[in-house]
Design a protein. Structure first.
Length: 91
């Protein structure tokens, strides 16, 4: 082997080790970055689930039969018809 090949092989190995180290650092950085993003998205999902539950409770309160009947009586001046005012139609 010549003097040139004795210098080239170690230089290539050093470059390969450095590239491998840089790749490892980059992959660790990306892994941590993605983990932080995952945790953020999980927290956001929890917040949205909580908000969804509150909206469902609010919707059930707005559609409560007693509330609708009260609004019909107060705002629309509706009342329950008497039995003799009810007409049944047969198909």
């Amino acid at each position: 082997m010549g003097a040139m090949s004795r210098l080239v092989i170690p230089a290539l190995l050093i470059i390969a080790v450095l590239m491998s180290a840089i790749g490892l650092v980059y992959s660790k950085h990306m892994s941590r970055k993605l983990f932080v993003e995952l945790q953020h998205l999980k927290q956001q999902m929890t917040n949205l689930d909580t908000h969804w539950g509150r909206l469902q409770l609010e919707q059930s309160a707005w559609t409560d039969h007693g509330r609708i009947e009260r609004i019909a009586r107060e705002r629309l001046l509706m009342k329950q018809p008497h039995a003799d005012d009810v007409v049944f139609i047969k198909p």
